[in-house]
Structure formats: structure tokens, C-alpha cells
Design a protein around this ligand. Structure first.
Ligand code: SER
Length: 336
């Protein structure tokens, strides 16, 4: 018999790192992880790790023959800055990789006559504000507003949300018999900040980079203007959102893609928080025009009242708590 597992792709990234610790502590289903990287030493005993690509169909088929995926948490992606340097690779990983996994989840849902739950982190990058005037005029965007991403990554996320909805609601819609379909659920995250890992390849990275640099007594030149505003969230809240959405009863969900947010702040306000806790921090601004353009296209904040209403979403960390209670103490311990 095939072994029942939760599959986590992109498990060695920032979200995966935090998620594995959380799930292992909860002691739920066995975890199978898939990533191009080796699993971090401290997490190897918590999972069964496969080193490989989500675009490797033969590998995925081999995994299907060995495992039953009760839940797929699909984190693997090339983030927004990285994707602009290799757009076709980004499309292969972010879209074609997702499609392969959706196909597998669809097949397994039918085979076992029970939906595979498919959890997908989407992003504020799915939005595209046309200019700064519009960005400040509409500071709290709803899920269906301003879905005009300007990046390959954002376009990939938005499309994969639609694919997930298709596979959950309309898959094989012309067949005589309605198949058992997978169950897709997604959250659109703001910029995530972890005390334990640093991001790579994203465009919201200036926040965490500023903070981690200050904690190491390194000067930091911020790549966006001081007035650039986007929402951020502490990593434990991101994990909380994924877990809560996954656990919500299906009939409580009125949509499949939900905004979640915690606090919005400008780069200057972010820097002020960093300086409050690390008074020696040397932060300057050297805006990178292109990356600035991406941040300018993202909303000031998102409206997450649907998530609050449908599945009780509430972040634990507002701006003050995020820095004072989560980021600063853990980062100080990390670099001391
Ligand atoms: N943090 C991501 C990025 O910057 C947005 O989802 O690409």
C-alpha cells in the first residue's frame, strides 16, 4: 500500500523551513519534501527528503507510485526579482511545475475517491497598480481588484490561482460522470519577514535585508525609495495562515483565494523600526529603478476581511509585536 503523506515542494525555502518545524512539532501526517537543495541538517530527521525538481515528470510519477498525497503544500517558485532575469525558466517552474502537481493531485483524487487538498501560497505580486496615484487612491485592494500583474512571477501566481480553481470546480466538466476533484486553497501573502532565514530573489527583500544587515552591524543601501509602501507579515503568521486555511471546513469557504495581511509600512518606517532596535544601523537609500517599479506596482495593503470572516484569520503580530517580540530577540540570538 502507498504511504499517506503531506507533500511539501520548495521545502528548503523560507516558508518551508518554518512550516516543517511547525508541522513536525504538531506531529501530524508524515512529511515528504521535494526541493532542488539538500534539506538543512537540523530538519533532516523531521521529513523524508527528495532532492529534485517539480518539473521532473518522471520523478513525480515515481513518487506517486510510492506515496498517497493527502495534502500537497506547493511552495516551490522563482520569486519576483529572480523571475525577471529568467522569465521562461520562471514560467517552467512556476506554471508548468504547478500544472504537473495539479495533474497528480487530480489523478490521486479520482483514484482514491477523496479530494487531495492543494495549498498554494500566492502573493501581492498578483496585483498591478498602474501608477502611484492609483496606488494611493486604492490602498486596500480586494482579491478581485487590480489583477494586472507586471511581473512574470505575479502573472504566474495569478494564473495558477485560476488553474487551481479550474481543477477544483470545472475539471473534466464535459465528462459523463463528475470526477472527484482536488481541493485548492490559496492565500495571497504580503512580503514575509523571518528572523531565522533571509530571502533570496524577491522584491520585498529590502525589508528583511535591512534588518538582518543591522543585526550584523553591516551597512545597508535600500533598493527602494523611503516612501515605498507595501504590506509585510511575520513568518509565524504566514504559517498560521496556511495551517488555518488548510484546517477550515470546506463549507466555511466562500472563495478559494484569500488575501491575508498584517501591517503595511513604508521603507522609511521599516528603517525607523530597525533603528529603534539597532541604533547603530547604517541605512541609506539607493533605489534600483526597475525593482522600484515592481514595488510601486504592488498595493499599499490588501483587504483581508474575507479571510477573517470565513476562517477566522487574525495575525498574531502587528508591527510593534513583530519587531519587538519576534524579529529582534530572535535575530539578536541568531547573530550573537
Ligand atoms: N516576497 C515575494 C517577492 O518579493 C512576493 O511574493 O517576490
Amino acid at each position: 500500500m502507498r504511504k499517506k503523506v503531506t507533500l511539501i515542494t520548495g521545502a528548503c525555502g523560507e516558508i518551508g523551513h518554518a512550516l516543517i518545524d511547525h508541522l513536525a512539532e504538531q506531529g501530524g501526517a508524515p512529511i515528504l519534501t521535494l526541493d532542488l537543495q539538500d534539506m538543512a541538517e537540523g530538519q533532516r530527521n523531521k521529513v523524508t527528503h527528495i532532492k529534485g525538481s517539480i518539473t521532473d515528470k518522471a520523478l513525480l510519477e515515481q513518487l506517486v507510485s510510492q506515496y498517497e498525497f493527502d495534502q500537497i503544500i506547493h511552495l516551490a517558485a522563482l520569486l519576483s526579482t529572480r523571475a525577471e532575469f529568467s522569465p521562461s525558466l520562471a514560467h517552467r517552474v512556476n506554471v508548468e511545475g504547478t500544472l504537473l502537481l495539479l495533474d497528480i493531485a487530480a489523478e490521486q483524487s479520482e483514484f482514491r475517491q477523496k479530494p487531495v487538498q492543494f495549498i498554494f501560497p500566492s502573493s501581492i505580486a498578483a496585483y498591478g497598480m498602474p501608477d502611484l496615484a492609483t496606488k494611493s487612491q486604492f490602498p486596500n485592494v480586494k482579491e478581485w481588484e487590480w489583477n494586472y500583474p507586471t511581473t512574470m512571477y505575479g502573472a504566474n501566481k495569478l494564473y495558477c490561482e485560476r488553474l487551481g480553481i479550474y481543477y477544483s470546480e470545472h475539471f473534466k466538466q464535459l465528462a459523463e460522470e463528475k470526477p472527484v476533484m482536488l481541493e485548492f486553497r490559496s492565500v495571497r501573502f504580503p512580503g514575509l519577514i523571518s528572523a531565522f532565514t533571509v530571502p533570496s530573489g524577491g522584491t520585498s527583500d529590502y525589508g528583511p535585508e535591512m534588518l538582518h544587515a543591522a543585526a550584523q552591524n553591516k551597512a545597508y543601501a535600500c533598493f527602494v525609495r523611503p516612501d515605498s509602501a507595501i504590506p509585510f507579515m511575520a513568518m509565524p503568521d504566514a504559517i498560521k495562515a496556511l495551517i488555518a486555511l488548510a484546517a477550515a471546513p470546506a463549507d466555511a469557504l466562500s472563495q478559494r483565494v484569500y488575501n491575508v495581511t498584517a501591517f503595511s509600512l513604508t521603507a522609511e518606517q521599516f528603517a525607523a523600526e530597525v533603528v529603534r532596535h539597532f541604533p547603530q544601523a547604517a541605512i541609506t537609500y539607493a533605489p534600483h529603478l526597475k525593482r522600484q517599479g515592481i514595488v510601486d506596482s504592488w498595493p499599499v495593503d490588501t483587504d483581508d476581511h474575507k479571510a477573517r470572516k470565513d476562517w477566522g484569520w487574525l495575525p498574531d503580530y502587528d508591527q510593534q509585536r513583530c519587531f519587538a517580540e519576534y524579529l529582534v530577540p530572535n535575530i539578536k540570538a541568531r547573530y550573537s
